[in-house]
Write a protein of this length. Sequence first.
Lengths: 139, 445
Amino acid sequence: MAFAPFPVRPVTPQERTFRIEAGQFSYTPSELSVNPGDTITIELVSTDVVHGLYVDGYDISVEADPGQTATLTFLADKPGSFRFRCNVTCGAMHPFMIGKLSVGQNEWFYRSIGLSIIATIGSIGYLMFPRLLPLITAH
Amino acid sequence: MELTRNPFIKNALKSRYPQLAVFIVMLVGYVFAILAGLIGTPVGSHNFSIVFVWIAWWAILILVAVPFFGRGWCAVCPIPLPGEWLQRGAVLTPPDKKPKWLNLRWPKALRNIWLQNISFLLLALFSSVLLTTPNITAIVLAAMLFAAIGLSTIFERRSFCRYLCPVGGFIGLYSQTAPIELRIKEKQVCVTCDGKPCYNGSANGYGCPWDVFPGGLTKNTYCGLCMECIRTCPHDNIAINLRPFSADLSKPSTRMDEAFKAFIMFGSAMIYAGVLLGPWGALKDAAYNVGTSAWFMYVIIFLGMIFIILPGLFSFSLSLSPNPSPAGRGVGVRVFASLATALLPLGLMFWVAFSLSFVLTNATYIFVSLSDPLGLGWNLFGTANTAWQPMLTSILAPAQTLALVGGLIWSARTAQKAAGEVKVSSIPVIIYCFIATLAMLWLLL
Ligand code: SF4
Ligand code: SF4
Ligand code: SF4
Ligand SMILES: [Cu+2]
């Protein structure tokens, strides 16, 4: 269950553009959702000081000066859920200036849920086993 | 397995010099962190105080020291040292004439960890500012040092560590899960031992600074691994053992202060994962802007989660138990507290999973800060210009899942043992842990 391949819905790749406003210490919008294969363009606009946007897992980034728009275009070829975060020190809460990019389904999250379910059932089953054993062996 | 049987380990622990050497390094680092916080750059991610305390120290503490060495950090912690040296009138072995301090017993009503619960929560509610502002970190570090000195002159032994230290509380609680313990070898030797120098002190060392009687130790919680009893026991009856993980948890605690500490840590890890690592800017603003009405809302939600929602759902799930406690319907204090023990392994793993993300993302600041601790443009070791880059991003999510699911299984086993002790079903607690794990997976992945 936790390791079975996921059904893949074929989707036609699209070009998508997102305009993200960066201000101390958050992005608006802070959650993006795209399909694998899409070509993404992020237009980063800073509303106060210099901010950056670095995408975990893709290891790419862009920096925007106040009032200027900077763009970052990339192919979303890795599925999963990725944080994007500011990579220009912009003030106190800078290390926690974070957004989320979802490329397709968050497979790893569902697999982790599957593992937790197995762990829970396994633990309860392990507990019940001594009680069930006589029932099984009696017949 | 007894580690102290190895003569090298034994002598290294019995001698005061190796420990003193570590103490001095730690104390110098600690004082430097205070100074750096006060005079260095106000930019947190480039100041030694923030980077070495909240990234480097925190990573070592929660990912290595607590899970593997229990109170190992307390064995080398610099915070109580100046006070302790002052109180003893000596840095090494006991002097002939002791200085005259008040040396009072700690008030009976406060002999629990409620004060530690409060001190931890106070820091937790201001944590967004504390974690990111060098001079606030410096002030808190200095305040702990001076509080420890002050208490040493009024009360006997290490009252600060036992009853006030905000980190000592959870280190102690989680140290029960560690695979290491300090215990006596033979009970009988202690029974006939004259004068009990391990508690009362002798010419070779001090009576237990943590105010526990080593002869009666059954849990790691309040033994600070200071090694005094190894030095004072005339019968060589103290051992440090390797043991299975979480051996202490098979005898669950029935204390309410410890049960609530478990909820405080469990809840804070979830709240931090959402506020600090989540994509919700409004939450971060609320947590950071201390004193605003949004912050007061955050405080109410924080405290409500920890004192009402999490324990409330926990006792509700216990009341659904197929065979309710012999104390009658509802949940007896003993059942509640015993089963809260089951939250310890999962709680520790919540912190591990949260910290992995925080630490791996920000670890490159350690190299920068090493070369330029005050953020003044120095380059002592040539690493000042290391570019910021998250580390090991590809293994982060699998490692977090491993920690959380592993913690869930570990907590389920603990719940079964604790439930066996108080004769109730463990299933509600296991389901509770399962739901909490799902919440944490959703927040982190
Ligand atoms: S209880 Fe606190 S001050 Fe005392 S040794 Fe442990 S961490 Fe240090
Ligand atoms: S000094 Fe040693 S033998 Fe005596 S009570 Fe303490 S641990 Fe036991
Ligand atoms: S004297 Fe022994 S029992 Fe007491 S804190 Fe130190 S190591 Fe632990
Ligand atoms: Cu920024």
